[in-house]
Design a protein around this ligand. Structure first.
Ligand code: G
Ligand code: G
Ligand code: MN
Ligand code: NA
Length: 261
């Protein structure tokens, strides 16, 4: 309850305690950054940096996720648009934003996204929405309708944390999903005798057969990277490349035209 009160307080009066971090997503073929995932952090004056793992579930339970989500969406779109204007070589870079189920059931998310794009000037094709299997399971029909409207605007839909939720694979061909993100728990153990190697291979094959691309999360070692490249995984994200970073650090990267190869 204490955390809930603090979160409510921050949301109403101290929005500058929330910061967006940006983690680069890299092409495993070219080594170039193709975009960023926006990840929220809460800098509490006494608690220090509070992880979203600790306050996002609370925000979902209490409905505060609706305002937090709106803040994240606006910040992310505005920042990406600013970078597009500031760094001409970044024009085809995209921003990925995480979406919770309640953002879909409790607000007119279609209108909110459309207005945010208009207000910030970001092109719809520069925005990617990351959704989870559990979001779909809560209310598939509503999610399906809203998400299909959003993809009709030319926004990409990415399936986050793939394989960790309670789900049937039923939704994969019923929704216009562009990319599957393999959860980092699978990437963890993909060495030559790693128990997850065959699972990751199967996910990559499944995605490619459905004309989707694949992003591997949580790449931490060069061995994991090599294995994922051998499996023809398309994109990667993780501490091996770069951690989630503040906007100013991203600008240094963009100015230097970063490539990990
Ligand atoms: O950045 P970190 O790995 O600590 O994030 C932990 C979890 O919090 C991840 O599952 C991530 O998807 C989620 N998360 C981070 N930022 C946001 C956000 O802006 N909105 C939502 N809904 N979830 C987020
Ligand atoms: O659930 P989601 O995929 O949105 O969560 C992304 C989270 O993963 C972020 O909180 C980010 O901090 C974390 N993350 C990013 N790269 C790595 C990594 O290489 N290793 C680990 N353990 N976590 C990572
Ligand atoms: Mn994500
Ligand atoms: Na994930």
């Amino acid at each position: 309850l204490e955390l809930e009160t603090a979160l409510r307080h921050a949301l109403l009066l101290k929005q500058d305690e929330f910061r967006l971090y940006y983690q680069p997503i890299v092409s495993l073929i070219t080594g170039r950054i193709i975009g960023f995932e926006a990840l929220i952090r809460w800098h509490h004056p006494e608690r220090g940096i509070v992880s979203p793992q600790d306050f996002i579930p609370l925000a979902e339970e209490t409905g505060m996720i609706v305002s937090i989500g709106q803040w994240v969406l606006y910040q992310a779109c505005q920042q990406m648009h600013t970078w597009h204007e500031q760094f001409p070589s970044s024009l085809n870079l995209t921003i990925s934003v995480n979406f919770s189920g309640k953002q879909i059931t409790q607000t007119d998310i279609f209108k909110q996204v459309k207005q945010t794009l208009q207000q910030t000037g970001l092109e719809p094709c520069s925005l990617k929405l990351e959704i989870t299997e559990s979001l779909l399971m809560d209310n598939f029909e509503l999610a399906n309708t809203v998400l299909s409207e959003l993809t009709a605007l030319n926004i990409e839909l990415h399936m986050d944390d793939f394989g960790t939720g309670y789900s049937s694979l039923n939704y994969l061909h019923r929704l216009p999903i562009k990319t599957i993100k393999i959860d980092r728990s699978f990437v963890n153990n993909i060495g030559s005798r790693g128990e997850n190697l065959e699972i990751v291979r199967a996910i990559v094959t499944l995605a490619h057969n459905l004309n989707m691309s694949v992003t591997a999360e949580g790449i931490e070692t060069v061995e994991q990277l090599a294995q994922l490249q051998a499996l023809e995984c398309d994109f990667g994200q993780g501490y091996f490349f770069l951690p989630p970073m503040e906007g100013a650090e991203v600008e240094t990267l963009l100015a230097a035209n970063f490539c990990y190869k």
